[in-house]
Design a protein around this ligand. Structure first.
Ligand SMILES: [Zn+2]
Length: 405
């Protein structure tokens, strides 16, 4: 049995934190409103309801325009997309609606942007982390104290809200009461995160998160240019310079790859994944003919980082045979060259359309699950974690459970 409750907790903000929180909420609203504008407005009346699409279009811009962390920017975009989806539902029912606008002073936090404790919370802001104590009624039988003090209730996410001069946390809490049957299936249950590697997007996760390779490709080209001009000099001094440039660029690449690796792991932790699945890197040059040696180096390094760091979280990084992962439809399984055209995937059989790398990431996850099932793994339930709901091994879509209290 699973119980969900919303605990409304008044916060005791430290001296000087008010400005940081206000600015954070302001910038969060900016992300949501920018995304709403972008998703809603379209010449032909088409409204974007794909989080992945909105993130691809807006993420870099909003990171530049705000001082928010990656996670809060994503949450801002996602909040808008959810509102757009509701709007589109209303339109379908013939009801009147208009572009969603976010005016309430509120921001969405999850376990990456906040650390929830039993007596205080640490919130990510434009000025770094801010720690706020909870102001809770003493009576432990009365909400919110009842839930906050109960260790069986786990914090899932929260809305930070400003009302009449005070800050509140609207925390979604969950309690799982394990009876024998469910705890057994829980332990066998396997959910995986599929990751597709590529030259335009360095990595794409089956939850719909994209890590663009733009920055990486820019550095790579700069490096090649400088190396080319230095090589023309040919002197020993020039040769030394090439090595220096190389070292500096490697350093930058490595820092970037560490960030990507951390975010992939956060995504897996957040989605309760037991495995992170990559394509087999042994023949990566054949699988991705446009990959340069720097890309190959980056893919291997990224895998190493993920493998190493995942261990700390009890998550295993694995590799699978990548054959057909880019041509196969992740919805119906139909495999054909014509399904894929550069970055877009359109199944010639069932009509499923999505970003080609995203489709591939789902196939990579499914590939691993099929392998486990064929290995006669006792028939444990297996899923690929997607951005909404999960996909099981037979390709059936399971919608997400309601997150409302
Ligand atoms: Zn299909």
């Amino acid at each position: 049995m699973e119980y969900r409750r919303t605990a409304v907790i008044k916060l005791d903000t430290p001296e000087g934190a008010d400005d940081s929180l206000r600015e954070t909420v302001e910038q969060f609203k900016h992300c949501a409103n920018t995304a709403s504008e972008w998703c809603w407005h379209d010449d032909d009346g088409y409204h974007v309801t794909s989080k992945a699409k909105a993130e691809r279009a807006l993420y870099d811009q909003l990171r530049d325009e705000t001082d928010l962390t990656a996670n809060l920017v994503q949450k801002g975009i996602r909040r808008a997309v959810e509102a757009i989806k509701s709007g589109v539902e209303r339109l379908k029912r013939g009801e009147n609606t208009s572009q969603p606008h976010f005016s309430a002073d509120s921001a969405v936090y999850d376990k990456r942007s906040a650390t929830f404790h039993r007596d205080h919370v640490s919130l990510s802001t434009v000025d770094g982390r801010v720690e706020c104590d909870y102001i809770l009624p003493d009576d432990s039988e009365i909400p919110p104290t009842k839930y906050v003090s109960d260790e069986d209730f786990e914090f899932r996410m929260a809305h930070l809200q400003y009302r009449d001069g005070d800050w509140y946390l609207h925390a979604s809490m969950r309690k799982v009461e394990a009876d024998e049957e469910s705890s057994e299936s829980e332990s066998k249950h396997r959910t995986v995160l599929g990751v597709d590697l590529g030259v335009n997007n360095l990595a794409v996760a089956s939850t719909g998160l994209f890590w663009s390779a733009d920055e990486f490709n820019h550095w790579r080209r700069e490096y090649e240019k400088r190396r080319g001009s230095l090589q023309q000099c040919g002197s020993r001094h020039a040769h030394e310079n090439i090595e220096l440039v190389g070292q500096k660029e490697y350093g930058r690449f490595e820092i970037y790859l560490h960030t990507v690796a951390n975010e992939i792991i956060e995504e897996a932790v957040e989605n309760d994944c037991s495995h992170i699945v990559f394509e087999d890197l042994t023949h990566i040059r054949e699988n991705i003919p446009e990959a340069t040696w720097q890309h190959v180096w980056a893919f291997r390094r990224l895998y190493e980082y993920v493998e190493y760091k995942a261990e700390e979280h009890g998550i295993e990084a694995v590799q699978v045979d990548p054959r057909n992962t880019s041509k196969r439809c992740s919805t119906c399984g139909f495999t054909h060259d014509a399904n894929r055209s550069v970055e877009s995937f359109e199944c010639q059989q069932c009509g499923y359309e999505n970003h080609a790398d995203y489709n591939a990431s789902k196939n990579i996850g499914l590939q691993y699950l099929r392998r486990r099932q064929n290995a006669g793994d006792g028939g444990a339930p297996v899923d690929v974690r997607l951005n909404r709901g999960t996909l099981n091994v037979s390709g059936e879509y399971v919608p997400p459970a309601s997150t409302e209290a």
